[in-house]
Design a protein around this ligand. Structure first.
Ligand code: HGY
Ligand code: MN
Ligand code: MN
Length: 422
């Protein structure tokens, strides 16, 4: 397909993608709530299905040492530098079925289309399914893409999940060797760029009445884990002014986080997504409360300042309530700008498919935040209904899934590597 190739009107790509989205969504630890976490039986079942799709699309395919699935479609001759496409196939808890899989399945369907037509390009295409973008199980994130980017931090292997299993133990139990993770890495010279198609997870494309958009940058994020320690006691006998109630202290912290972010007019957002109080009985004053904090802002300096301010307020609350406080940053990702030369080629492909090219930032994190250490990054957003995501109501219309696939395929077929610095 080149820039003047006629647009496809048959929705064939979209139908194949939607069918596979539904097939993959059936692989979940809970039939009632889509949940597919890193290094679990569901991860393994999903990986086998995806590797099969990759092979059907004419790719050599394997699982790498951290559980990513990797496919390669050779170019006009073997061993050429590769354009890397991909997204993640892990999910949050009670997830939507499009966040991650849409980009991965669209990339596979695009390669399958090239294969059906017997088309070979002047470069190879590598498709990667990242195994842990969400970071639900080990309170980190981007573990799969950091391994590919060569920035995997071995100290994370000691992090434990809520069942007390370390990442090292989980990798071994999954049948992989933690000592081999470094072998998943690519070097900058191998890759011509990294392109990810993903649902927008926001309402802007819907407001603009557009099926696709060009991502300008991926917002950075800071995740923290806080633990307040007070004194458990009898709910009926300890007077209020003598209590050191850890959960009440956590509640005040959560209120302050929400208040500070609401008062900030520049797009700062703060979320407490998880809290656990113990011992957890109705008639016992909570002696301990642990909660997570997720902070994001349009710029790194703004986010860093906000995190410092919030930590100070939490320290003040803990001190006034005579609570012990342990607060740690469990994950930090800087804002990742998308490369202008890739944005330009994405915009060209969008226009060639008959749509207005529209630029927008990503408030959500993506694997491109890790991949930027090994390749220039470009992202295509696809409209999702109401901007709903990280929720079972997440939805993409067939026509939009098809539009995204046609844009990605046209972009790949017309791709021009950046000359000079790589
Ligand atoms: O949290 C995020 O922004 C991404 O969905 N992992
Ligand atoms: Mn997500
Ligand atoms: Mn995602």
């Amino acid at each position: 397909m080149n820039a003047d190739t006629p647009r496809r009107e048959d929705l064939q790509l979209g139908r194949e993608i939607v069918g596979r989205i539904n097939e993959l969504a059936a692989i979940s630890e809970d039939p009632a709530r889509l949940t597919r976490l890193f290094l679990t039986a569901e991860h393994r079942a999903a990986a086998e299905l995806i590797l099969d799709w990759m092979r059907q699309a004419g790719m050599s395919a394997h699982m790498d040492p951290i559980g990513n699935v990797r496919g390669r479609y050779e170019g006009e001759r073997d061993g050429l530098p590769a354009l890397m496409l991909g997204s993640h196939y892990d999910t949050v808890v009670d997830a939507g079925k499009w966040d991650g899989p849409l980009g991965l399945i669209t990339a596979i369907s695009g390669v399958a289309d090239l294969h059906r037509r017997g088309l070979k390009l002047p470069f190879a295409i590598e498709v990667v399914g990242f195994a842990d973008e969400e970071g639900v199980r080990f309170a980190s994130t981007l573990l799969g893409s950091r391994a590919v980017a060569g920035t995997f931090d071995e100290s994370v292997l000691s992090v434990r999940d809520r069942a007390g299993i370390s990442l090292r133990e989980a990798v071994k139990a999954f049948g992989l060797d933690p000592g081999q993770i470094a072998k998943a890495a690519r070097v900058r010279g191998d890759l011509l760029g990294y392109l990810e198609l993903h649902i927008e997870q926001g309402p802007v494309l819907e407001q603009e009445n557009l099926p696709v958009g060009v991502v300008t940058a991926i917002a950075g994020a800071t995740r923290l884990a806080a633990r307040l320690t007070g004194m458990a006691g009898h709910a009926g006998t300890v007077p209020m002014q003598l209590r050191r109630d850890a959960l009440a202290g956590a509640a005040e912290c959560i209120h302050v986080i929400e208040e500070l972010c609401r008062a900030d007019a520049s797009g700062l957002v703060g979320t407490v997504g998880y809290i656990h109080a113990s011992p957890g009985a109705t008639n016992v004053i909570p002696g301990e409360a642990a909660f997570t904090i997720d902070m994001r802002a349009p710029s790194d300096i703004h986010r860093e300042r906000a995190v410092t301010g919030i930590v100070h307020r939490i320290e003040e609350i803990a001190s006034r309530r005579q609570l012990g406080l342990q607060i740690d940053v469990t994950h930090e990702n800087r804002t990742a700008p998308c490369a202008p030369w890739l944005r330009a080629q994405i915009a060209e492909a969008i226009a060639a498919e008959g749509f207005r090219a529209f630029d927008l930032p990503s408030g959500a994190g993506h694997d491109g935040m890790a991949m930027i250490d090994v390749a220039d990054v470009g992202m295509i957003f696809v409209r999702c209904r109401g901007g709903v995501s990280h929720h079972p109501d997440e939805h993409v219309e067939l026509a939009d899934a098809d539009a995204g696939a046609r844009v990605l395929l046209r972009l790949v077929e017309n791709f021009r590597p950046q000359t000079g610095a790589q």
